[in-house]
Design a protein around this ligand. Sequence first.
Ligand SMILES: Cc1cc2nc3c(=O)[nH]c(=O)nc-3n(C[C@H](O)[C@H](O)[C@H](O)COP(=O)(O)OP(=O)(O)OC[C@H]3O[C@@H](n4cnc5c(N)ncnc54)[C@H](O)[C@@H]3O)c2cc1C
Length: 514
Amino acid sequence: MLTHRQTDSAINRAIVIGAGLGGLSAAMRLGAKGYRVTILDRLDRVGGRGSSITQSGHRFDLGPTIVTCPQVFEGLWAACGRDFHKDVDLRPLDPFYEIRWPDGSKFTARGDTDAMVNEVRRLSPSDVPGYLRFLKDSQRRYVVGFEGMVAKPMHKLWETIRVLPEFARLRADKSILGLAKSRVRDPRLQMALSFHPLFIGGDPMHVTSMYALVSHLEKEFGVHYAIGGVQAIADAMARVVTLQGGDIQLGVQADEILIKDDAAAGVRLTGGEVLAAPLVVSNADAGHTYTHLLRKRPRKRWTDAKMGSRRWSMGLFVWYFGTKGTAGKWSDVGHHTILSGPRYEGLLRDIFIKGKLADDMSLYVHRPSVTDSDVAPAGDDTFYALSPVPHLGFDGPVDWSVETAKYKDKVAAVLDTLIPGFRNTITTELVYTPEDFRDRYLSPHGAGFSIEPRILQSAWFRPHNVSEEVTGLYLVGAGTHPGAGLPGVVSSAEVLGKLVPDAPVPAVQRMAAE
Ligand SMILES: Cc1cc2nc3c(=O)[nH]c(=O)nc-3n(C[C@H](O)[C@H](O)[C@H](O)COP(=O)(O)OP(=O)(O)OC[C@H]3O[C@@H](n4cnc5c(N)ncnc54)[C@H](O)[C@@H]3O)c2cc1C
């Protein structure tokens, strides 16, 4: 069957492959520009990695839990003539999160600088001056790296070359861990100031020190949680798309991006159906877009070999579980806790360089039930525990059909130090391994966050938002500029909005208007 016939009335059609936060943002931007948008996603609900699954009354927020930079959402809504805060209940958190180390020490992160300085002083008094210098480092990197680059098109080499002097001045060649080490001596503080890139799939020993900007982002704009989880944001986006006249088709998978006269012409679904449109936006992973959806097209830049030689972000082992009658228990465990393992650099090397599943681990523990009463039945709790693990692209990848049960026991032993006896209270659970990321999101190597954000895989070096391979094809989402994380993927659609002209008006509409 052929729909959206390539007639004059279809010239304002756009297809967005993928209803992740990047794809939904793209659809909103295109809708605001007058396009008639169709979103396609293989899952049964919108949100991609930001979607949720509810089991026995427990809502598992599958992926993102921390919302930073609410202004990127506010800007997106404003571009559509709406108010983000009327559609989404976003709550600022205080404290932001707590880090705990095996020696029993803790660090509570907050927006208030005096409170943060007190935390640094408590752990290592001599590191206070270095911490204050790190805050300045962070602010300077924010101005250049965030304000100057994130929502700017980076497909012209010149745009990247232009910022190189500033990058050199800010020692962007240094890793974020290298920067933290040059400012503070205490290994716990070195970790606390450098772990943030892990939330977008980067190895702190190798990603550029420009990512120190995240400390400034947190301090200036806070850490937030959306009531209803990120799923509530995705659902609100889908409502805007529908109000703009867009169409969202779930449970359908794009198999090929069609090309006519060297330009995008539509999409063929796995069932054979063809949807025609002169503008196609892919929010599928950039690796999947080029090596699968454009597999029949000879490619100049993003060949299979080039994609295969990228460094990919780590995989994730995520254990979601609901616990019964625990709401008043573990009262010192808040919404976000990081349980740092006994090794930092050694563990990073195992995960990112050697591809080895280590026995020790660092865990991020999510307990949304302390902020959002609807996430669990009354009196109960909903948790997830996330452990970064190697992706599946190493030689001799981890066989999760064998390892899952054993690894879960190891995670349980670590979690028991935070929430003793939790295993006896579990009523429902779900585990995602890199194999689930591969199969559910079609993520190459089951990576959690697409291509790793190293300096030579960022900005111009990342797959561009306007495709290098096909006219009329655009890319948004984690694998393209500026990169993973909610602010990143929403900003990728802001870039799209700058690259795509307003929708052409079909002749019938023109005549009706005249
Ligand atoms: C566990 C976890 C925790 C995270 N925590 C945070 C956090 O706290 N804060 C933060 O800012 N970020 C966080 N992130 C990162 C953030 O969630 C992601 O970077 C972001 O959601 C990715 O959005 P996206 O639009 O690029 O793609 P995705 O969410 O991957 O969406 C892509 C969509 O495309 C669909 N698709 C793919 N191929 C096809 C096809 N051929 N046909 C049809 N549909 C297709 C998929 O089904 C999917 O729905 C986290 C990520 C994970 C996994």
